[in-house]
Design a binder for this molecule. Structure first.
Ligand code: COA
Length: 162
């Protein structure tokens, strides 16, 4: 089931996110985050009322989704950048799709104009998933990331919300 994220979920959310930091280029962080950093992240997002949801199965959090304003200037207030992460032991079971649909629904309810995914260009799973929901390619920035001794490109995918 999907439910709003609470501060008690932060440890598991951190585990999922840190696993992606340590083992993948899905996130361009290089060092794992601390529990305190993730708590502050949650509190800052809660303060500005960003939506945050987790997917829970048998009492265990195995995925999360959230968005925040694309850039921190008022003129961007209808454009949101989202992130969706699923525990690697549960990939390919449809949970990413459920979480992405939830954040799209929430964006609609809140009057968001554009949802933006910033994706590592080699993250084919994420690109395919976003395309499935109508996100379209909106640009590429070359060599803006550097991780695992390699230059990385990001691609933007955006969804126009009716
Ligand atoms: C991307 C991610 C969220 C997808 O979640 P998931 O629960 O594994 O995905 P789902 O099972 O819901 O599948 C969603 C769709 O994505 C696509 N997809 C997922 N993994 C794929 C892969 N390895 N190759 C090709 N397509 C893939 C498929 O289109 C799939 O739909 P389908 O099953 O109807 O064909 C998950 O792999 C993840 O957490 N990855 C690490 C973090 C990350 O990359 N987050 C996104 C950052 S932009």
């Amino acid at each position: 089931m999907i439910r709003p994220m609470t501060i008690e979920d932060i440890e598991k959310v951190l585990d999922i996110f840190n696993d992606a930091i340590i083992n993948t280029t899905a996130a361009y962080h290089v060092e794992p985050q601390t529990l305190e950093e993730k708590r502050q992240w949650f509190l800052a997002k809660q303060k500005v009322n960003d939506p945050m949801f987790v997917y829970e199965e048998n009492g265990e959090v195995i995925g999360f989704v959230t968005y925040s304003q694309f850039r921190p200037y008022e003129g961007y207030k209808y454009s949101m950048e989202h992130s969706v992460y699923v525990d690697k032991n549960h990939h390919g079971k449809g949970i990413g799709k459920i979480l992405l649909q939830k954040i799209i629904d929430e964006a609609k309810i809140r009057g968001v104009k554009t949802l933006i995914a910033v994706i590592d260009s080699e993250n084919i799973g994420s690109i395919k998933m976003h395309e499935k929901f109508g996100f379209y390619f909106a640009g590429r920035l070359k060599n803006v990331g550097y991780k695992f001794d390699k230059w990385l490109d990001i691609v933007y995918y955006q969804l126009d919300i009716e």
